[in-house]
Design a binder for this molecule. Sequence first.
Ligand SMILES: [Zn+2]
Ligand SMILES: [Zn+2]
Length: 353
Amino acid sequence: MSTSKAYAAASAKSSMAQTTIPRREPTERDVQIEILFCGICHSDLHTVRDEWASVWPTVYPCVPGHEIVGRVTKVGAKVANHKAGDLVAVGCLVDSDHTCAQCQKGLEQFCASATFTYNAPDKHGTAPVTYGGYSDSIVVDERFVLRVPTNLDLAATAPLLCAGITTYSPMRHWEVGKGKKVGIVGLGGLGHMGVKFAHALGAQTVVFTTSPGKVEDAKRLGADEVVISKNASEMSKHVGSFDFILDAVSADHDINAYLNLLKPDGTVTLVGAPEKPLAVSAFSLLFGRRSLSGSPIGGIPETQEMLDFCGKHNITADVEVVAVQQVNEAYERLLKGDVKYRFCIDMASLKNG
Ligand SMILES: [Zn+2]
Ligand SMILES: [Zn+2]
């Protein structure tokens, strides 16, 4: 067993602070990674504060972080695809059973035995639960370690591992591309990646926002058009015209307003998670045989495809890089939506603590 420096919450009420955690020695199939950057996802904050206690209670100490970019420091004897010095990434999953029907299809995100990067039972018994990327190193099964294109900025690459794949995967599944009209609802960490992907995939890209102040930024990110969603007459111009709408809003909102904008057989996919159930009018679905769906992250093969796509099209997240000592402050700003569009921790700062 070795140890790592990490930033952890000791309880739901305590601030994040520096600590030391155990990490396993790499087994034959493991890759040991020096973590260089880790993005801050809203899930980190929910987990740290035990806000998902009813479905996924937090075990403390909690070390969050599942948008990890780093450099390989050591590999096990049977590791074939990674070597010391490689730039690699780890997302929301670090293991699965590798045998079920979903794993066979490369859809590890649907494996009933998938191991999440943090706050999941640790199969190796190193600690009660897995510890995530707010740390200086991590050890991961090679099958869950991804290659990072060398042309991308590393800090801005980290958020691709959750915000990126969460928006890329449903767009690929519902065949977003040339000739399609695609809407993105909400311009935050997820939404801003959705705009970049829809644009790069060649779709006519429309952003819906409640803030007139975000119009220029949405266009800069790749939107062909921006609709102020509070403006009923602007909304009505688009009724029945969309093939696909990605809804990245996690606050309460009227989903029917967006279902009504779909063409026949169009789909709205939720990637945000509002706390309260959404009221869906059957009529919004019946007329036009429309669908309402949801989508979580993506499988390992598709996550690699997404990273390669980003390398080819030079796509990264817009990040504000912070030191690990600024995490508590970053969480408060995240709650106010005060970031364009993702915080990323420079893990070199952990050496100063
Ligand atoms: Zn996340
Ligand atoms: Zn499986």
